[in-house]
Structures are given as structure tokens and as C-alpha cells.
Design a binder for this molecule. Structure first.
Ligand code: AVI
Length: 320
């Protein structure tokens, strides 16, 4: 007899099923980003408390000539960006690079076709000299295709301290995958938010207007919309912590009441005790020693370090 057809669970469904039936409860932050999550993150980046964006902007602006000189190669190069977003920061570099005699191609990789289409339109309008070839897909599937794409130098760009949303073991894995795709002459340029006054960090993830709260609670909304769940958002409190010893900021949603949640699509009932938490995100902060250690584990070494006036944030270049 044929086995009954079982419907494959999506990555989100698997994560929710596992994350809400384990203790402590946890759902990975990458699932915050649907259309609304993307919009809320854009709002976060525009908040005065969220210093990361302005710091990286300042670094790219102040060190633009030097950074472009490090990227440059007499035989031309491919500039591959993982998670380009709206490209606001990258455009600083692209503008300068397009004024150099060097031939380069800009290859932004993103999972969202929409984001890539918008980026392409705006680059073609603002910087018509830039050769842009968008690549839709998962970072590492696309990076793998580039391993022997051309024999030109590859410059891999990862802005926004996105690595900070990974635990150290995952970050090493991430760096190893990038490192594997690199040859001797290739370069990795990556942003890492730095350890600093704990109050400044807490304020960046705990804004008084509740944008970060709405961003975290978007996980609950997504479960309501996509998994026919019945979370009442008002029964959860967003709670942020920062541990200066480990450099880890952590976000939680804490249940204000004892409750039972039904997720109809998963045929799942979940009990939450009063004050029980769902862990939603880590935002790791670094210092040079930790970055050097992570890079070393991935067979990479630091070549240059660029920072802002207050040393809040750093962009590093790495080579194999
Ligand atoms: C995308 N990532 C680097 C952001 C961060 O700073 O961890 C996500 C974020 N979460 C809350 N605010 C911003």
C-alpha cells in the first residue's frame, strides 16, 4: 500500500514547532523578516538610538578612497554583496568605484527578488555606469556558483553587522563558508558592531516608541497570519538584556499571563506559564580579539580595520 502523502513543513513551520515545544522557548530572528518585518527594520535603521547605521555610513564616507583602493585590482574585480538591502551604504563605495578606471561588476545577492529589483532600478538611475547583475537566492548557493565564476579578484561585502545575529559557532560556520569560496587574492569586507557603554547598546534595542518591540512581536503576528495561531500581542512584553562580559544583547518576549496558544496549521497547542519567555534574537557585540579569533577559526586573517570617530563600530577586511 502506498504511504499517505505527507506535506513537507516549511522552514518557518519546522522552526516554530521545534522552538515552541522546547525549553526555554526560542525562535530564530531570521523569521522576523517578512514584508512587515523588513519595513520595521527600515524604521529601526532610521531611529536615532540605532547608532549602527550612521556609524557604518560614517566609516564608508570617511574612508571611501582607502577602502576603494583596497578593493581595486588592475585586472578588474567582482564586488559580491550578501544581503544588500536598499544599497544606501554600498552606493557610497559604488559611486567612488565607478569613477576609477577599473572594470568591476556589482553582484548583490538577496533572497528577495523584490528587494533586488528595486535596488537595480535605483542603481541604474543614480549610478548608470555601474554594471549591476543581481543574483536571487540563498547566499551560499550563489557564492558557490561564483567559486570559479571568473579568474578576477572577488571582493565579498557583508555590511550591517548581520553576523551579530549568529551565535559564535554559527558565525564561524558562516565565515568558513565564505572563506571556502575565496581564493588567495580575494577579500572579505565585513561590519562588526563593537562592545561599548552598555546603556548605549540597550537603548539601541529598546526604543521608547516601541518600534523594536513591534519588530520582535512580528514573529507572533507571522504565526497568527501564516500558521493560524491566536497570539494576543498585548499579553507579551518585549524585554532586552545586554551582558557586557559576553558582549551579547538578547531579545525576549515575556508572557504576562499563563496562557495556551493554538497553532491550527501545525495542529499544536502550546502552554506558556506566566513570565515564561520566548527568545527571539541575539545581537552580538565584538572587540578585535574576538573578531580575530572567529576569523582564525575560518582560516582568515584581518588585514585592515576601519572605524568611526567614537569607535562604536568597525569594518574589517580579511584575507585567506
Ligand atoms: C540585522 N541586525 C544586524 C540587527 C541587529 O542590530 O541585530 C537586527 C535588529 N534587531 C533589533 N534591532 C535591529
Amino acid at each position: 500500500m502506498e504511504a499517505p502523502a505527507t506535506k513537507e513543513l516549511t522552514a518557518f513551520e519546522k522552526e516554530v514547532k521545534k522552538g515552541l515545544t522546547q525549553y526555554p522557548k526560542k525562535i530564530a530572528s531570521k523569521f522576523i523578516y517578512d514584508k512587515r518585518g523588513d519595513e520595521l527594520f527600515q524604521q529601526i535603521m532610521a531611529m536615532p538610538e540605532y547608532y549602527l547605521t550612521n556609524c557604518e555610513f560614517e566609516i564608508l564616507q570617511q574612508n571611501c578612497d582607502e577602502i576603494c583602493a583596497v578593493f581595486d585590482d588592475k585586472n578588474g574585480f567582482d564586488l559580491i554583496e550578501l544581503g544588500a538591502g536598499d544599497g544606501k551604504k554600498t552606493k557610497i563605495l559604488l559611486k567612488k568605484l565607478s569613477q576609477l578606471p577599473t572594470d568591476f561588476t556589482y553582484l548583490p545577492i538577496d533572497i528577495s527578488k523584490n528587494a533586488l529589483d528595486e535596488l537595480k532600478t535605483s542603481i541604474q538611475k543614480e549610478l548608470p555606469k555601474v554594471d549591476i547583475q543581481v543574483q536571487q537566492g540563498m547566499y551560499f548557493d550563489v557564492l558557490q556558483q561564483f567559486e570559479n565564476y571568473t579568474n578576477r579578484k572577488k571582493v565579498i561585502l557583508v555590511l550591517g553587522s548581520n553576523i551579530g545575529n549568529l551565535m559564535h559557532s554559527e558565525a564561524i560556520d558562516f565565515l568558513r563558508k565564505i572563506s571556502k569560496s575565496m581564493n588567495k587574492n580575494d577579500l572579505l569586507f565585513m561590519g562588526f558592531d563593537q562592545k561599548k557603554d552598555p546603556e548605549k547598546i540597550l537603548n539601541a534595542y529598546n526604543d521608547p516608541n516601541g518600534i523594536t518591540e513591534a519588530f520582535n512581536k512580528n514573529l507572533l503576528l507571522r504565526m497568527n497570519k501564516e500558521l493560524q495561531a491566536n497570539f494576543d500581542l498585548s499579553t507579551f512584553k518585549h524585554w532586552e538584556t545586554y551582558n557586557p562580559e559576553t558582549g551579547t544583547a538578547q531579545s525576549f518576549l515575556v508572557s504576562l499571563v499563563q496562557q495556551e496558544i493554538e497553532l491550527k496549521k501545525l495542529k499544536l497547542h502550546v502552554e506558556l506559564k506566566q513570565w515564561e519567555s520566548i527568545h527571539t534574537e541575539i545581537s552580538q557585540k565584538y572587540d578585535d580579539g574576538v573578531v580575530e579569533w572567529l576569523a582564525g577559526k575560518a582560516n582568515l586573517h584581518i588585514e585592515h580595520i576601519f572605524t568611526d570617530a567614537e569607535k562604536n563600530y568597525k569594518n574589517y577586511t580579511f584575507r585567506k
